[in-house]
Ligand binder design. Structure first.
Ligand code: UDP
Length: 308
C-alpha cells in the first residue's frame, strides 16, 4: 500500500469509530489533528500523539483555522444514524451537508485533498445486487439524501474547480469501538446481547442481507483514497460478500459461546432487503482488497467487549 508520510492531516470525527482508527493508523508517520465534538466519540479513543481539538464541525471559523497548512482532510464527522436523521432531518442536514459543503469550499480555496465518508444509504432499496456505483440512487432517509448530496458535490468540485476529492460509499462497517445501544450497528447490538446472555433480536425473519466490512479494511480504503490519482470519483467500500442477519446472529451466538437464544421479532419498517457491494471499481482503481473475514472480524469485536 502507498504509505502516507510527513503530511499535515485533519481527521473530522477523530474521536469517533472510523476517525479514531484512522488517527491511530496515521499518527506514526504524520502530524494529525483529530477534531471531534464528542457527541458520539470518546476522547480516550484518540491517540495521545495526535492533537485533539474539541469543536463543532458546523463552526466555520473554527474549521477555517484548523485547515491552514493542511494537506489531507479525512471527513468522517457526521450524524451517522439513519434513525436520528428521520427524527431530526434539519440537524442532520446541517451537520452532514452544510458543514461538508463548507469543507469543500475550504479545500477549493486552500488546495487540500478531501476524502469523504459517503454511504450505501444513497442507493436506498436496490433494484439488483451486487450494487455498483452507477446504479440508481433512491435514498429512503434524510441521511441517505444528505450523503448523496455531498457525494455529488465532491465530484462536482473536482470537475469544476480541480479540487481533489474522493468519496467512499461505506457499506456496513463494524469493529472495535463501534457504539452499541439503539443507534449502534447490528453487530455491536448482537455482541452486547450475546455477552449479556440476553436474546439476540433479529428483526423480521432475518433473510435480509448486508455487506459487513471490518474497520481495518475501511482504514486501508481511506489511505488508498488519499493517494490515488483517480480523484473526483466515488467508490463502494464493502467486503463484496453478503451475509443474512439470521446467519450473523447464529455466528455471533456460536463465537460468543453464549446461552442467548436468537429471537425473531417484527420486521423493521422499510428495511433494505438485500445489500452487497460490487467493489470491482475500488479494486481496479484504488487497489483495494478487503482482507478481514467476517469470523476474524467478529472475534476482534468480541475480544474488545470481553476486555482482552
Ligand atoms: N437488525 C436486527 N436486530 C437489531 C438491529 C438491527 O435484526 O437489533 C437488522 C436490521 O433490521 C437490518 C440489519 O440488521 O436489517 C442492519 O441494521 P443496521 O442498523 O446495523 O444497518 P442498516 O440497516 O443501516 O444497513
Amino acid at each position: 500500500m502507498t504509505a502516507i508520510e510527513e503530511q499535515q492531516i485533519l481527521i473530522t470525527g477523530g474521536a469517533g469509530f472510523v476517525g479514531s482508527h484512522l488517527t491511530e493508523r496515521l499518527i506514526e508517520d504524520n502530524d494529525v489533528i483529530a477534531l471531534d465534538d464528542l457527541s458520539a466519540g470518546k476522547q480516550d479513543d484518540v491517540p495521545e500523539k495526535s492533537t485533539f481539538k474539541q469543536g463543532d464541525i458546523c463552526n466555520r471559523d473554527f474549521l477555517d483555522e484548523l485547515t491552514d497548512d493542511i494537506d489531507i482532510v479525512f471527513h468522517q464527522a457526521a450524524v451517522v444514524s439513519v434513525q436520528r436523521s428521520i427524527e431530526n432531518p434539519e440537524t442532520c442536514h446541517e451537520v452532514n451537508t452544510d458543514a461538508t459543503l463548507h469543507l469543500l469550499e475550504l479545500a477549493r480555496e486552500k488546495d487540500f485533498r478531501l476524502v469523504l465518508a459517503s454511504s450505501a444509504a444513497i442507493y436506498g432499496q436496490p433494484e439488483t445486487v451486487p450494487i455498483s456505483e452507477n446504479d440508481s440512487k433512491t435514498p429512503t432517509s434524510p441521511y441517505g439524501i444528505d450523503k448523496w448530496t455531498i457525494d455529488r458535490y465532491a465530484q462536482i468540485y473536482n470537475d469544476l474547480y480541480d479540487t481533489e476529492t474522493v468519496a467512499l460509499r461505506y457499506f456496513n462497517i463494524y469493529g472495535p469501538r463501534q457504539r452499541g445501544g439503539d443507534y449502534g450497528g447490528v453487530i455491536s447490538i448482537f455482541r452486547d446481547q450475546a455477552l449479556a446472555g440476553e436474546p439476540i433480536t433479529v428483526d423480521g425473519d432475518g433473510t435480509q442481507t448486508r455487506d459487513f466490512v471490518h474497520i481495518d479494511d475501511v482504514v486501508k480504503a481511506n489511505i488508498l483514497a488519499a493517494t490515488t490519482e483517480h480523484t473526483g470519483e466515488a467508490y463502494n467500500i464493502g467486503r463484496g460478500q453478503q451475509t443474512s442477519i439470521a446467519e450473523l446472529a447464529e455466528t455471533i451466538q456460536t463465537l460468543a459461546n453464549t446461552d442467548s437464544e436468537v429471537t425473531y421479532t417484527e420486521p423493521r419498517p422499510g428495511d433494505i432487503e438485500e445489500s452487497v457491494a460490487d467493489i470491482s471499481k475500488a479494486r481496479e482503481e484504488l487497489g483495494f482488497e478487503p482482507t478481514v473475514s467476517l469470523e476474524e472480524g467478529l472475534e476482534t469485536v468480541l475480544e474488545e467487549a470481553r476486555g482482552n
